[in-house]
Design a protein around this ligand. Structure first.
Ligand SMILES: [Zn+2]
Length: 395
């Protein structure tokens, strides 16, 4: 299937090195982007679906790198079904599991947690709730695990590992475990900050540096933040990716962004939600955090969009997150919300408003065009002007 988007007002690339791309159109073939910027009359003619963006802004589909996946489109933490589909209406086209800790009665022995990660990974390989791609299956590190366990799950396709929340007794026990998991080839993530739920313990800034994971989960607190001085130390002296989450401390989110920029480490600055949790289900979480940082501090909106798209893709090694030929065809059209004071999506976000979402396309397939279930309407008209298949994609 070929899908074209025409009359785009501005293209946000997702690339922190060059945050805007020139041109006004996008072409997708199958599950990939084939042209970004200019497309020909022939391309439009040969497309099965043509979407007229009406001057709205195109951004890469957002990637939430901290979602508490379980099984299916269900969260036991807030007893809700359909939340992933709802997140897609918030512009999130990819979710990455922060480990399946919320599965009721989840196992804590090495065999059990390995089986849990493998099962979760395989359950989401072809299951796309609402069209969302889900990278599930994050191995929870538990006492007694060895390099052979890490190699075993890797051979079954699991590539994510999470430290924090296990039966591990103290933060220092994680130092050898994370180092071995990394050595085996797993991509390691670490709960950072205060304790989040009964039975867990805090991970301090000092612990974070000593444990040295690939990603510091909710470095701004999940939900309670570590000491301020460590934001500069992590940005300046380590290679750890700094994931800030909506369900955390907003003041230290901004502090972290400023330290990342000051020490030329902004490509390691990632925006995620850390939901569903005690803080709830937040389909617009990424949009809110982008607009809060942009409006309360001196940051460009396209750079903050990169922090929730291309930066995440680069850090996790994904093929999405960029509006670039060859990347996954995950595109979101955003605009100023009806009734606001601003005239386009980027100005609205800078003003502290959420943007309106007018279309979400994943794997080259429009999931809805016209209006999101979760945002105000767009001020521009975004519509399907041609469809050779029996669907007009009205959300
Ligand atoms: Zn979490």
């Amino acid at each position: 299937m070929k899908t074209a988007i025409i009359n785009i007002g501005q293209i946000v690339s997702g690339d922190i090195q060059a945050t805007l791309a020139s041109g006004d159109a996008i072409l997708m073939e199958g599950e990939n982007l084939t042209k970004v910027g200019q497309i020909s009359e022939k391309d439009i003619e040969n497309s099965d679906i043509v979407i007229d963006a009406g001057g709205a802004v195109a951004i890469p589909g957002l990637i939430d790198s901290h979602v508490h996946i379980t099984f299916g489109d269900f969260t036991p933490r807030q007893n809700t079904v359909g939340y992933l589909q709802s997140y897609l209406h918030g512009g999130v086209t990819t979710s990455i599991s922060a480990s399946e800790v919320h599965v009721p009665g989840r196992p804590k022995d090495p065999d059990g947690v390995k089986a849990l990660a493998v099962a979760a990974k395989k359950c989401f390989e072809s299951y796309r709730p609402g069209g969302m791609r889900v990278h599930a299956g994050s191995l929870i590190l538990e006492p007694g695990m060895t390099i052979a366990d890490y190699q075993d799950v890797l051979s079954k396709g699991v590539w994510l590992a999470k430290a924090g929340f296990g039966a591990v007794k103290s933060a220092s026990d994680y130092i050898p475990m994370v180092s071995e998991a990394r050595e085996a080839g797993l991509f390691t993530t670490l709960h950072t900050g205060g304790a989040s739920i009964p039975g867990s313990f805090p991970i301090t800034g000092e612990d974070l540096i000593n444990i040295n994971p690939h990603v510091s989960f909710h470095i701004n607190g999940g939900p309670v933040s570590m000491e301020d001085k460590y934001f500069e130390i992590v940005a300046r002296d380590t290679e750890i990716a700094m994931q800030v989450c909506t369900a955390g401390n907003l003041r230290t989110t901004i502090l972290c962004a400023e330290m990342a920029r000051k020490h030329d480490a902004f490509e390691r600055f990632l925006i995620a939600t850390d939901t569903p949790t005690g803080s709830g289900i937040m389909p617009l979480g990424l949009i809110y955090t982008i607009s809060q940082i942009a409006s309360l501090a001196d940051f460009d909106v396209p750079a903050l969009i990169a922090a929730a798209t291309g930066n995440v893709a680069k850090c996790y090694g994904l093929n999405s997150g960029f509006l670039k030929a060859g990347c996954d065809a995950d595109v979101v059209l955003i605009d100023a919300p009806l009734g606001g004071t601003q005239n386009d999506a980027l100005a609205a976000l800078k003003n502290g408003d959420p943007c309106a979402i007018g279309a979400v396309i994943t794997a080259g397939v429009p999931r809805f065009v016209g209006r999101s279930n979760n945002t105000p309407p767009t001020i521009r008209e975004i519509k399907v002007t041609k469809s050779n298949i029996m669907n007009m994609f009205q959300g």
